[in-house]
Design a protein around this ligand. Structure first.
Ligand code: ADP
Length: 471
Protein backbone atom coordinates (compact mmCIF):
# COMPACT_ATOMS: atom_id res chain seq x y z
CA UNK A 1 0.00 0.00 0.00
CA UNK A 2 1.33 3.40 -0.90
CA UNK A 3 0.49 6.40 1.28
CA UNK A 4 0.04 9.60 -0.59
CA UNK A 5 -0.08 12.97 1.04
CA UNK A 6 -3.54 14.52 0.57
CA UNK A 7 -3.53 17.47 -1.79
CA UNK A 8 -3.09 20.53 0.37
CA UNK A 9 -5.92 22.97 -0.05
CA UNK A 10 -4.54 25.41 2.46
CA UNK A 11 -0.84 25.86 3.07
CA UNK A 12 -0.22 24.37 6.50
CA UNK A 13 1.94 26.11 9.07
CA UNK A 14 4.91 24.38 10.60
CA UNK A 15 4.77 24.14 14.42
CA UNK A 16 8.52 24.29 14.36
CA UNK A 17 8.69 27.62 12.58
CA UNK A 18 5.83 29.20 14.53
CA UNK A 19 7.39 28.17 17.84
CA UNK A 20 10.75 29.52 16.78
CA UNK A 21 9.24 32.82 15.64
CA UNK A 22 7.24 33.40 18.83
CA UNK A 23 10.03 32.28 21.09
CA UNK A 24 12.51 34.64 19.44
CA UNK A 25 10.06 37.53 19.51
CA UNK A 26 9.45 36.92 23.19
CA UNK A 27 13.17 36.60 23.93
CA UNK A 28 13.89 39.82 21.99
CA UNK A 29 11.16 41.76 23.82
CA UNK A 30 12.32 40.48 27.20
CA UNK A 31 15.95 41.36 26.53
CA UNK A 32 14.93 44.81 25.28
CA UNK A 33 12.77 45.42 28.35
CA UNK A 34 15.47 44.29 30.79
CA UNK A 35 18.13 46.37 29.04
CA UNK A 36 16.04 49.55 28.78
CA UNK A 37 15.08 49.33 32.47
CA UNK A 38 18.69 48.62 33.55
CA UNK A 39 19.96 51.44 31.37
CA UNK A 40 17.47 53.92 32.80
CA UNK A 41 18.27 52.85 36.37
CA UNK A 42 22.01 53.23 35.75
CA UNK A 43 21.52 56.63 34.13
CA UNK A 44 19.33 57.98 36.94
CA UNK A 45 21.66 56.57 39.63
CA UNK A 46 24.76 58.08 38.03
CA UNK A 47 22.98 61.42 37.70
CA UNK A 48 21.86 61.45 41.34
CA UNK A 49 25.25 60.36 42.62
CA UNK A 50 27.00 63.04 40.55
CA UNK A 51 24.65 65.71 41.94
CA UNK A 52 25.37 64.50 45.49
CA UNK A 53 29.08 64.47 44.87
CA UNK A 54 29.07 67.99 43.40
CA UNK A 55 27.02 69.18 46.34
CA UNK A 56 29.51 67.66 48.79
CA UNK A 57 32.50 69.13 46.91
CA UNK A 58 30.80 72.57 46.86
CA UNK A 59 30.11 72.41 50.62
CA UNK A 60 33.77 71.44 51.27
CA UNK A 61 34.97 74.39 49.20
CA UNK A 62 32.59 76.75 51.06
CA UNK A 63 33.82 75.41 54.43
CA UNK A 64 37.52 75.86 53.46
CA UNK A 65 36.77 79.31 52.06
CA UNK A 66 35.00 80.41 55.27
CA UNK A 67 37.66 78.79 57.47
CA UNK A 68 40.51 80.50 55.60
CA UNK A 69 42.14 77.21 54.47
CA UNK A 70 44.03 76.41 51.27
CA UNK A 71 41.13 76.94 48.89
CA UNK A 72 43.33 77.14 45.80
CA UNK A 73 45.05 73.84 46.63
CA UNK A 74 41.73 72.06 47.25
CA UNK A 75 40.35 73.42 43.98
CA UNK A 76 43.38 72.00 42.18
CA UNK A 77 42.84 68.60 43.81
CA UNK A 78 39.23 68.53 42.64
CA UNK A 79 40.19 69.66 39.14
CA UNK A 80 42.25 66.47 38.85
CA UNK A 81 39.04 64.52 39.49
CA UNK A 82 37.34 66.43 36.67
CA UNK A 83 35.50 68.87 38.95
CA UNK A 84 36.17 72.47 38.00
CA UNK A 85 35.65 75.03 40.71
CA UNK A 86 35.81 78.83 40.68
CA UNK A 87 35.50 81.79 43.01
CA UNK A 88 33.51 84.53 41.28
CA UNK A 89 32.95 88.10 42.30
CA UNK A 90 29.43 89.53 42.36
CA UNK A 91 30.11 91.42 39.11
CA UNK A 92 31.13 88.27 37.22
CA UNK A 93 34.91 88.31 37.53
CA UNK A 94 36.83 85.08 38.18
CA UNK A 95 38.88 85.54 41.37
CA UNK A 96 40.19 81.97 41.57
CA UNK A 97 41.90 80.28 39.76
CA UNK A 98 43.80 83.22 38.53
CA UNK A 99 43.52 84.02 34.87
CA UNK A 100 40.38 81.98 34.16
CA UNK A 101 37.51 83.75 32.48
CA UNK A 102 33.81 83.71 33.40
CA UNK A 103 32.64 81.65 30.40
CA UNK A 104 34.97 78.86 31.42
CA UNK A 105 33.11 78.48 34.73
CA UNK A 106 30.00 77.51 32.67
CA UNK A 107 27.50 78.53 35.34
CA UNK A 108 25.11 80.34 32.96
CA UNK A 109 23.67 83.82 33.40
CA UNK A 110 25.01 85.02 36.76
CA UNK A 111 22.22 87.54 37.32
CA UNK A 112 19.44 84.98 36.85
CA UNK A 113 21.13 82.44 39.07
CA UNK A 114 21.93 84.90 41.81
CA UNK A 115 18.22 85.81 41.89
CA UNK A 116 17.35 82.15 42.35
CA UNK A 117 20.07 81.73 44.92
CA UNK A 118 18.62 84.53 47.09
CA UNK A 119 17.38 83.10 50.34
CA UNK A 120 18.69 79.58 49.55
CA UNK A 121 22.39 80.10 49.98
CA UNK A 122 23.46 77.20 47.74
CA UNK A 123 21.97 75.19 44.88
CA UNK A 124 22.74 72.39 42.39
CA UNK A 125 21.44 72.71 38.82
CA UNK A 126 22.11 71.57 35.25
CA UNK A 127 23.51 74.03 32.82
CA UNK A 128 24.71 73.32 29.32
CA UNK A 129 25.59 69.64 29.88
CA UNK A 130 27.20 70.48 33.25
CA UNK A 131 26.02 69.75 36.74
CA UNK A 132 26.79 72.93 38.65
CA UNK A 133 26.96 73.78 42.35
CA UNK A 134 26.76 77.46 43.27
CA UNK A 135 26.90 79.04 46.72
CA UNK A 136 27.24 82.57 48.07
CA UNK A 137 30.37 83.04 50.21
CA UNK A 138 32.38 85.83 51.72
CA UNK A 139 35.82 85.91 50.11
CA UNK A 140 38.43 88.59 50.94
CA UNK A 141 35.74 90.52 52.83
CA UNK A 142 33.47 90.73 49.77
CA UNK A 143 30.25 89.01 48.76
CA UNK A 144 31.38 86.36 46.24
CA UNK A 145 30.24 83.00 44.80
CA UNK A 146 31.88 79.58 44.71
CA UNK A 147 31.00 77.30 41.82
CA UNK A 148 31.89 73.67 41.19
CA UNK A 149 30.87 71.89 38.02
CA UNK A 150 31.17 68.45 36.49
CA UNK A 151 30.74 67.92 32.78
CA UNK A 152 27.93 65.50 31.90
CA UNK A 153 29.94 64.68 28.76
CA UNK A 154 32.27 62.54 30.90
CA UNK A 155 29.28 60.71 32.37
CA UNK A 156 27.69 60.44 28.91
CA UNK A 157 30.73 58.71 27.44
CA UNK A 158 30.66 56.19 30.33
CA UNK A 159 26.96 55.66 29.81
CA UNK A 160 27.54 55.19 26.06
CA UNK A 161 30.14 52.54 26.74
CA UNK A 162 27.63 50.85 29.03
CA UNK A 163 25.03 51.02 26.25
CA UNK A 164 27.40 49.20 23.93
CA UNK A 165 27.99 46.52 26.56
CA UNK A 166 24.23 46.13 26.87
CA UNK A 167 23.83 45.78 23.09
CA UNK A 168 26.59 43.17 22.89
CA UNK A 169 25.28 41.20 25.87
CA UNK A 170 21.72 41.43 24.46
CA UNK A 171 22.91 40.09 21.10
CA UNK A 172 24.77 37.23 22.81
CA UNK A 173 21.71 36.34 24.92
CA UNK A 174 19.55 36.44 21.79
CA UNK A 175 22.01 34.13 20.04
CA UNK A 176 21.83 31.67 22.93
CA UNK A 177 18.01 31.96 22.80
CA UNK A 178 18.07 31.15 19.07
CA UNK A 179 20.23 28.08 19.67
CA UNK A 180 18.08 26.86 22.58
CA UNK A 181 14.79 27.43 20.74
CA UNK A 182 16.11 25.81 17.55
CA UNK A 183 17.21 22.71 19.40
CA UNK A 184 13.97 22.56 21.47
CA UNK A 185 11.70 22.90 18.46
CA UNK A 186 13.88 20.47 16.52
CA UNK A 187 13.50 17.95 19.31
CA UNK A 188 9.74 18.51 19.50
CA UNK A 189 9.15 18.25 15.77
CA UNK A 190 11.65 15.38 15.65
CA UNK A 191 9.46 13.53 18.20
CA UNK A 192 6.37 14.23 16.09
CA UNK A 193 8.10 13.07 12.90
CA UNK A 194 9.19 9.82 14.58
CA UNK A 195 5.62 9.20 15.79
CA UNK A 196 4.29 9.95 12.31
CA UNK A 197 6.72 7.59 10.56
CA UNK A 198 5.95 4.87 13.14
CA UNK A 199 2.23 5.42 12.46
CA UNK A 200 2.86 4.94 8.73
CA UNK A 201 4.57 1.61 9.48
CA UNK A 202 1.57 0.62 11.60
CA UNK A 203 -0.81 1.60 8.80
CA UNK A 204 1.18 -0.68 6.50
CA UNK A 205 0.38 -3.55 8.87
CA UNK A 206 3.52 -3.72 10.98
CA UNK A 207 2.12 -4.40 14.46
CA UNK A 208 5.56 -4.76 16.01
CA UNK A 209 5.99 -0.98 16.05
CA UNK A 210 6.27 0.78 19.38
CA UNK A 211 5.40 4.45 19.82
CA UNK A 212 7.90 5.95 22.21
CA UNK A 213 8.47 9.43 23.51
CA UNK A 214 9.63 9.94 27.03
CA UNK A 215 10.78 13.53 26.60
CA UNK A 216 7.56 15.52 26.51
CA UNK A 217 4.49 14.54 28.52
CA UNK A 218 2.05 15.46 25.71
CA UNK A 219 3.97 13.35 23.18
CA UNK A 220 4.26 10.56 25.73
CA UNK A 221 0.45 10.67 26.12
CA UNK A 222 0.05 10.62 22.35
CA UNK A 223 2.46 7.65 22.16
CA UNK A 224 0.43 5.79 24.79
CA UNK A 225 -2.78 6.47 22.85
CA UNK A 226 -1.19 5.30 19.60
CA UNK A 227 0.10 2.16 21.32
CA UNK A 228 -3.45 1.47 22.53
CA UNK A 229 -4.75 2.06 18.99
CA UNK A 230 -2.11 -0.39 17.69
CA UNK A 231 -3.19 -3.02 20.25
CA UNK A 232 -6.86 -2.51 19.42
CA UNK A 233 -6.26 -2.69 15.67
CA UNK A 234 -4.17 -5.81 16.15
CA UNK A 235 -6.82 -7.36 18.39
CA UNK A 236 -9.55 -6.59 15.91
CA UNK A 237 -7.46 -8.10 13.08
CA UNK A 238 -6.78 -11.18 15.19
CA UNK A 239 -10.48 -11.39 16.04
CA UNK A 240 -11.43 -11.25 12.40
CA UNK A 241 -8.96 -13.96 11.47
CA UNK A 242 -10.11 -16.07 14.40
CA UNK A 243 -13.78 -15.59 13.49
CA UNK A 244 -13.10 -16.57 9.92
CA UNK A 245 -11.30 -19.68 11.12
CA UNK A 246 -14.04 -20.44 13.70
CA UNK A 247 -16.92 -19.81 11.38
CA UNK A 248 -15.44 -21.69 8.45
CA UNK A 249 -14.54 -24.57 10.74
CA UNK A 250 -17.99 -24.58 12.32
CA UNK A 251 -19.65 -24.36 8.91
CA UNK A 252 -17.59 -27.17 7.46
CA UNK A 253 -18.59 -29.87 9.94
CA UNK A 254 -22.39 -29.51 9.67
CA UNK A 255 -22.18 -29.08 5.90
CA UNK A 256 -20.14 -32.27 5.59
CA UNK A 257 -22.59 -34.06 7.84
CA UNK A 258 -25.62 -32.79 5.92
CA UNK A 259 -24.09 -33.87 2.63
CA UNK A 260 -23.06 -37.26 3.97
CA UNK A 261 -26.43 -38.03 5.54
CA UNK A 262 -28.36 -36.78 2.50
CA UNK A 263 -26.28 -39.15 0.32
CA UNK A 264 -26.91 -41.93 2.78
CA UNK A 265 -30.66 -41.39 2.58
CA UNK A 266 -30.53 -41.42 -1.20
CA UNK A 267 -28.37 -44.48 -1.47
CA UNK A 268 -28.98 -46.59 1.61
CA UNK A 269 -31.72 -45.64 4.00
CA UNK A 270 -34.31 -44.23 1.58
CA UNK A 271 -36.49 -47.30 1.93
CA UNK A 272 -35.88 -47.94 5.59
CA UNK A 273 -38.18 -45.56 7.48
CA UNK A 274 -36.45 -46.03 10.83
CA UNK A 275 -32.94 -45.34 9.53
CA UNK A 276 -34.19 -42.61 7.27
CA UNK A 277 -35.85 -40.92 10.24
CA UNK A 278 -32.58 -41.06 12.20
CA UNK A 279 -30.56 -39.70 9.30
CA UNK A 280 -33.09 -36.96 8.62
CA UNK A 281 -32.90 -35.99 12.30
CA UNK A 282 -29.12 -35.57 11.98
CA UNK A 283 -29.64 -33.34 8.96
CA UNK A 284 -32.23 -31.27 10.86
CA UNK A 285 -29.92 -30.95 13.91
CA UNK A 286 -26.97 -29.90 11.79
CA UNK A 287 -29.12 -27.42 9.87
CA UNK A 288 -30.23 -26.01 13.25
CA UNK A 289 -26.61 -25.59 14.27
CA UNK A 290 -25.91 -23.78 11.03
CA UNK A 291 -28.90 -21.50 11.61
CA UNK A 292 -27.69 -20.82 15.16
CA UNK A 293 -24.23 -19.94 13.94
CA UNK A 294 -25.46 -17.67 11.18
CA UNK A 295 -27.88 -15.98 13.61
CA UNK A 296 -25.06 -15.34 16.09
CA UNK A 297 -22.85 -13.79 13.42
CA UNK A 298 -25.72 -11.63 12.19
CA UNK A 299 -26.73 -10.54 15.72
CA UNK A 300 -23.24 -9.56 16.70
CA UNK A 301 -22.72 -7.41 13.63
CA UNK A 302 -26.18 -5.87 13.98
CA UNK A 303 -25.79 -5.07 17.67
CA UNK A 304 -22.25 -3.77 17.17
CA UNK A 305 -23.21 -1.40 14.42
CA UNK A 306 -26.27 -0.26 16.40
CA UNK A 307 -28.53 -1.03 13.46
CA UNK A 308 -30.98 -2.24 16.03
CA UNK A 309 -32.86 0.45 17.87
CA UNK A 310 -34.06 -0.53 21.32
CA UNK A 311 -37.80 -0.88 21.60
CA UNK A 312 -38.45 -0.13 25.28
CA UNK A 313 -41.67 -1.28 26.86
CA UNK A 314 -42.95 -2.39 30.25
CA UNK A 315 -43.45 -6.14 30.49
CA UNK A 316 -43.90 -8.88 33.06
CA UNK A 317 -40.36 -10.20 33.45
CA UNK A 318 -41.50 -13.10 35.61
CA UNK A 319 -43.87 -14.44 32.95
CA UNK A 320 -41.38 -13.77 30.19
CA UNK A 321 -38.64 -15.66 32.03
CA UNK A 322 -40.93 -18.64 32.58
CA UNK A 323 -41.65 -18.65 28.84
CA UNK A 324 -37.93 -18.77 28.04
CA UNK A 325 -37.23 -21.48 30.60
CA UNK A 326 -40.01 -23.58 29.10
CA UNK A 327 -38.17 -23.56 25.78
CA UNK A 328 -35.40 -25.45 27.56
CA UNK A 329 -37.99 -27.88 28.95
CA UNK A 330 -37.18 -30.50 26.30
CA UNK A 331 -33.68 -30.78 27.77
CA UNK A 332 -35.25 -31.63 31.09
CA UNK A 333 -37.34 -34.33 29.52
CA UNK A 334 -34.88 -35.78 27.04
CA UNK A 335 -31.45 -35.30 28.58
CA UNK A 336 -32.03 -35.24 32.30
CA UNK A 337 -31.20 -31.58 32.98
CA UNK A 338 -32.58 -29.93 36.12
CA UNK A 339 -33.58 -26.30 35.89
CA UNK A 340 -34.11 -25.13 39.49
CA UNK A 341 -36.11 -21.91 39.63
CA UNK A 342 -36.68 -19.41 42.44
CA UNK A 343 -38.66 -16.66 40.81
CA UNK A 344 -40.72 -13.87 42.48
CA UNK A 345 -44.18 -13.39 41.03
CA UNK A 346 -45.19 -10.46 38.82
CA UNK A 347 -42.01 -8.45 38.56
CA UNK A 348 -42.24 -5.79 35.86
CA UNK A 349 -39.38 -4.08 34.11
CA UNK A 350 -38.93 -1.65 31.23
CA UNK A 351 -36.65 -2.88 28.47
CA UNK A 352 -36.57 -4.23 24.93
CA UNK A 353 -38.39 -7.51 25.52
CA UNK A 354 -37.06 -9.32 22.48
CA UNK A 355 -33.43 -8.32 23.13
CA UNK A 356 -33.66 -9.30 26.79
CA UNK A 357 -35.01 -12.63 25.55
CA UNK A 358 -31.87 -12.99 23.41
CA UNK A 359 -29.69 -12.19 26.44
CA UNK A 360 -31.39 -14.63 28.81
CA UNK A 361 -31.48 -17.29 26.12
CA UNK A 362 -27.72 -16.98 25.61
CA UNK A 363 -27.01 -17.10 29.35
CA UNK A 364 -29.30 -20.10 29.86
CA UNK A 365 -27.75 -21.82 26.86
CA UNK A 366 -24.25 -21.29 28.27
CA UNK A 367 -25.28 -22.46 31.75
CA UNK A 368 -26.73 -25.65 30.27
CA UNK A 369 -23.69 -26.15 28.05
CA UNK A 370 -21.11 -25.57 30.75
CA UNK A 371 -22.78 -26.92 33.89
CA UNK A 372 -21.31 -29.87 35.76
CA UNK A 373 -22.07 -33.57 35.88
CA UNK A 374 -25.23 -32.96 37.96
CA UNK A 375 -26.68 -31.19 34.92
CA UNK A 376 -28.28 -28.59 37.19
CA UNK A 377 -28.84 -24.92 36.48
CA UNK A 378 -30.23 -22.52 39.10
CA UNK A 379 -32.31 -19.58 37.97
CA UNK A 380 -33.45 -16.88 40.39
CA UNK A 381 -35.33 -13.65 39.84
CA UNK A 382 -35.68 -11.50 42.96
CA UNK A 383 -36.76 -8.00 43.77
CA UNK A 384 -34.70 -5.98 46.30
CA UNK A 385 -36.17 -4.73 49.59
CA UNK A 386 -36.89 -1.26 48.25
CA UNK A 387 -38.72 -2.87 45.35
CA UNK A 388 -36.96 -0.74 42.71
CA UNK A 389 -34.46 -3.29 41.35
CA UNK A 390 -34.78 -6.87 40.12
CA UNK A 391 -31.84 -9.27 40.04
CA UNK A 392 -31.68 -12.17 37.67
CA UNK A 393 -29.11 -14.84 38.50
CA UNK A 394 -28.26 -17.87 36.39
CA UNK A 395 -25.92 -20.29 38.15
CA UNK A 396 -24.35 -23.50 36.96
CA UNK A 397 -22.18 -26.08 38.70
CA UNK A 398 -19.55 -26.49 36.00
CA UNK A 399 -15.80 -26.01 35.91
CA UNK A 400 -16.17 -22.26 36.27
CA UNK A 401 -14.07 -19.59 34.62
CA UNK A 402 -10.53 -18.68 35.67
CA UNK A 403 -10.09 -15.19 37.18
CA UNK A 404 -7.89 -14.05 34.29
CA UNK A 405 -10.50 -15.20 31.76
CA UNK A 406 -13.47 -13.54 33.49
CA UNK A 407 -13.03 -10.07 31.96
CA UNK A 408 -12.27 -11.59 28.55
CA UNK A 409 -15.34 -13.79 28.10
CA UNK A 410 -17.39 -10.74 27.08
CA UNK A 411 -15.12 -10.08 24.13
CA UNK A 412 -16.04 -11.12 20.66
CA UNK A 413 -14.88 -14.61 19.61
CA UNK A 414 -13.33 -15.28 22.99
CA UNK A 415 -13.51 -18.87 24.05
CA UNK A 416 -11.84 -20.20 27.17
CA UNK A 417 -9.40 -22.92 26.27
CA UNK A 418 -10.72 -25.44 28.72
CA UNK A 419 -12.07 -28.95 28.58
CA UNK A 420 -15.62 -28.90 29.84
CA UNK A 421 -17.55 -31.87 31.08
CA UNK A 422 -19.27 -32.18 27.72
CA UNK A 423 -18.02 -31.21 24.30
CA UNK A 424 -19.34 -27.73 23.79
CA UNK A 425 -19.98 -26.17 20.46
CA UNK A 426 -20.02 -22.42 20.41
CA UNK A 427 -18.83 -19.44 18.45
CA UNK A 428 -17.62 -17.19 21.25
CA UNK A 429 -20.14 -14.60 20.13
CA UNK A 430 -22.97 -15.18 22.62
CA UNK A 431 -21.60 -13.21 25.58
CA UNK A 432 -20.51 -10.39 23.30
CA UNK A 433 -24.09 -10.06 22.10
CA UNK A 434 -25.24 -10.15 25.75
CA UNK A 435 -22.77 -7.43 26.68
CA UNK A 436 -23.68 -5.13 23.77
CA UNK A 437 -27.43 -5.44 24.43
CA UNK A 438 -27.11 -4.82 28.20
CA UNK A 439 -24.74 -1.90 27.62
CA UNK A 440 -27.23 -0.39 25.18
CA UNK A 441 -29.86 -0.72 27.90
CA UNK A 442 -27.41 0.74 30.46
CA UNK A 443 -28.17 -2.18 32.78
CA UNK A 444 -25.57 -3.47 35.25
CA UNK A 445 -24.48 -7.04 34.68
CA UNK A 446 -21.60 -9.34 35.45
CA UNK A 447 -20.23 -12.79 36.07
CA UNK A 448 -18.76 -14.37 39.15
CA UNK A 449 -17.04 -17.69 39.12
CA UNK A 450 -15.06 -20.01 41.27
CA UNK A 451 -12.87 -22.65 39.69
CA UNK A 452 -14.58 -26.07 39.75
CA UNK A 453 -17.59 -24.68 41.61
CA UNK A 454 -19.47 -23.10 38.74
CA UNK A 455 -20.35 -19.65 37.48
CA UNK A 456 -23.10 -17.15 38.18
CA UNK A 457 -24.17 -14.63 35.57
CA UNK A 458 -26.33 -11.75 36.84
CA UNK A 459 -28.30 -8.83 35.45
CA UNK A 460 -29.73 -5.90 37.40
CA UNK A 461 -33.08 -4.74 35.94
CA UNK A 462 -35.02 -1.66 37.00
CA UNK A 463 -38.34 -2.59 38.59
CA UNK A 464 -41.35 -0.58 37.44
CA UNK A 465 -45.02 -0.63 38.41
CA UNK A 466 -47.19 -2.70 36.09
CA UNK A 467 -49.30 0.29 35.00
CA UNK A 468 -46.62 2.54 33.48
CA UNK A 469 -46.16 2.77 29.75
CA UNK A 470 -48.91 0.36 28.80
CA UNK A 471 -49.38 1.68 25.31
P1 ADP B 1 -19.69 -19.71 23.23
O1 ADP B 1 -20.52 -19.72 22.02
O2 ADP B 1 -18.31 -20.28 23.03
O3 ADP B 1 -20.37 -20.27 24.43
P2 ADP B 1 -19.92 -17.21 24.61
O4 ADP B 1 -19.61 -15.84 24.17
O5 ADP B 1 -21.30 -17.51 25.02
O6 ADP B 1 -19.43 -18.18 23.47
O7 ADP B 1 -18.95 -17.54 25.79
C1 ADP B 1 -17.60 -17.23 25.69
C2 ADP B 1 -16.77 -18.19 26.50
O8 ADP B 1 -17.01 -17.97 27.91
C3 ADP B 1 -17.13 -19.63 26.27
O9 ADP B 1 -16.43 -20.17 25.18
C4 ADP B 1 -16.77 -20.30 27.57
O10 ADP B 1 -15.42 -20.64 27.55
C5 ADP B 1 -16.97 -19.20 28.59
N1 ADP B 1 -18.25 -19.36 29.30
C6 ADP B 1 -19.42 -18.75 29.04
N2 ADP B 1 -20.38 -19.12 29.91
C7 ADP B 1 -19.80 -19.99 30.76
C8 ADP B 1 -20.25 -20.74 31.90
N3 ADP B 1 -21.52 -20.67 32.34
N4 ADP B 1 -19.37 -21.57 32.52
C9 ADP B 1 -18.08 -21.65 32.09
N5 ADP B 1 -17.60 -20.98 31.03
C10 ADP B 1 -18.43 -20.17 30.37
Amino acid sequence: MKFKKPAQIKKLKSINRIMLRYFLLLAFLLILLVEVISFMVVKITVNTQTRERISRVGSDLVKVCSGGGDLDGLMRDYRREGINSYVLSADGKVLLPFGADFEEAGIGNLENIVNKLDGVGAMVYSENNNIVYLAAVEYGGEQCFISASYSMKIIQSGVNTLLWYFIIIGALVLLVAIIISCSASQRLSGGLKTLSSTAVRLAKGDFSVNFENAEYSELADLSDTLNTVRDEVKKSGDFQRELLANVSHDLKTPLTMIKAYASMIREISGDNPEKREKHLQVIIDEADRLTGLVNDVLSVSKVSSNLDELNFKVFNLTEYLYGLINKFGYLQETQGYNLMVDIDANLYTRADEEKIGQVVYNLLGNAVNYTGEDKTVYISLKSNLAGDRIKLKIRDTGKGIAKEDLPEIWNRYYRVKENHSRPVKGTGLGLNIVKKILENHKFDFGAESEKDKGSTFWIDFPAVPAEIDKE
